[in-house]
Design a protein around this ligand. Structure first.
Ligand code: UD1
Length: 419
């Protein structure tokens, strides 16, 4: 198992190219199951989660070819049962349920368990399928979804913790091949949902309203092959902006959509960092210490939960007391105890972290618990005294393409050690 050693104290400058979005690429690859014809998806990041998705597609019978960032999938003949061994490795595998239900009228996928960021139910996905007149049952750890006739209906997908991103994706992917019209109320508005809808429309689907809380899908009989460029990863981009804020002189992100980063950019500006953007780039200038902030995570266009841990890392060094409240995954604070091992002063109360800024952190051996928590530890290590040793880094490889190489190209000193 690899570990990462971050040698603190090196300033970052220069530019970094942002990869394609993991959270867009995963459902878009799953959507290729909806047609027998070949699909080409470009800007697919090289990540372990993507490898798992490609393995699942192959197992289901699709022919998959990959050349650097371009993936070609042809799902001419497929089966409807996904293997537990691969599915259990990645919670996002649940997004094959929708396309399998749409195309085969049935799907069997093992039920995802919880994970360190909390309970991860799929009740809203199933409620959405019910609105399409599908039934489901759970047996031996698998969820079986079935529809004799898949017919449009109205799906209310907003749960007590807000809308569901993969749930919206799943219902949209099933509804494109249902008879009649489906309306999703309380839909997630994330750019990744819009990217998936754009891909589905290129395949011949009729989806309107993606990016708002009400999506309308007129079912069609058949979809065809399509080509698509995945949008830039706004969370990878946000992570590099925070890296620049922690340890940068001036860092420019290339191949980004600044509009997708509005809430993150505004938050960094409130913390005192000058940020400027063009149509496809964002530049941040570093400074000694951030101002304290009060942040609450929210569904898009609010401040993303996937940037919460990285922002906690930044605020450990703020002048004054900050607070970070998590509303999307209220238990998502595993990084706090590790940041405290590095000298951060943080109190957790209910779903909020109260961070008392301190001028210095010190390197320490720490444990990565999930994807974004690992990124937060790398970021904290960039400015800490001495060496930060991050164990269990496979988490970071799930969602960041060559983060160590990209940071080193900006001037960081990060080693990856095989253990
Ligand atoms: C997606 C992202 C993840 C991000 C999250 C929230 C992917 C692959 N992952 O995850 O990086 O952190 O959106 O922006 O795109 N919920 C229910 N019932 C359900 C489904 C969800 O109660 O059936 C709850 C969840 O527990 C959570 C909240 O709704 O509290 C939002 O979850 P959801 O948007 O579904 O997250 P994912 O789509 O799994």
């Amino acid at each position: 198992m690899d570990k990462i050693l971050v040698h603190g104290g090196h300033r970052l400058s220069g530019s970094v190219k942002i990869s394609g979005s993991k959270n867009s690429a995963l459902p878009i690859l799953a959507a290729t199951l909806l047609t027998k014809e070949p699909c080409v998806v470009r800007h697919v990041p090289d990540l372990s989660d993507i490898h798992y998705m490609l393995q699942i597609l192959s197992h289901l019978g699709a022919h998959v070819e990959r050349a650097s960032g371009t993936v070609r999938v042809q799902a001419e003949k497929i089966r409807s049962v996904a293997p537990y061994d691969i599915v259990r490795k990645m919670r996002a595998s649940v997004c094959i349920l929708g396309p399998l239900l749409g195309r085969m009228r049935k799907a069997t996928v093992s039920l995802p368990g919880g994970c360190v960021i909390g309970d991860r139910p799929i009740d809203l996905h199933l409620k959405g399928f019910e609105a399409l007149h599908a039934t489901h049952r759970v047996e031996q750890g698998n969820v079986h979804v079935h529809a004799t006739k898949l017919r449009g209906g109205t799906a209310h997908l907003r749960g007590k913790l807000g809308p569901t991103v993969l749930g919206t994706d799943n219902v949209m992917m099933a509804a494109v091949l249902a008879e009649g019209t489906t309306v999703i109320e309380g839909a997630a508005e994330e750019p990744e949902v819009v990217d998936l809808a754009n891909f589905l429309n290129k395949m011949g689907a009729k989806i309107h309203g993606a990016g708002t809380s009400q999506i309308t899908i007129e079912g069609v009989r058949k979809l065809h092959g399509a080509e698509h460029d995945v949008i830039p990863d706004r969370i990878e981009a946000g992570t590099f902006l925070v890296a620049a804020a922690i340890a940068g002189r001036e860092v420019t992100l290339k191949r980004v959509n600044p509009h997708h980063l509005d809430s993150v950019i505004q938050t960094l500006q409130q913390a005192g960092f000058p940020v400027s953007s063009t149509k496809t780039t964002v530049t941040l200038q570093g400074k000694a210490r951030p101002l304290a902030l009060h942040i609450t995570t929210e569904p898009y266009p609010g401040f993303p939960t996937d940037m919460q841990a990285q922002m906690c890392a930044l605020l450990t060094r703020a002048k004054g007391q900050s607070s970070v409240t998590e509303t999307v995954f209220p238990q998502r604070f595993m990084h706090v105890s590790e940041l405290k091992r590095m000298g951060a002063r943080i109190d957790l109360l209910d779903h909020s972290a109260f961070i008392h800024g301190t001028p210095r952190l010190s390197g320490a051996p720490v444990m990565a618990s999930d994807l974004r928590a690992s990124a937060a530890l790398v970021l904290a290590g960039l400015k800490a005294d001495g060496i930060t040793e991050i164990n269990r880094v496979y988490h970071i490889d799930r969602g960041y393409e060559s983060i160590d190489e990209k940071l080193n190209n900006l001037g960081a000193q990060i080693e990856r050690v095989k253990v």
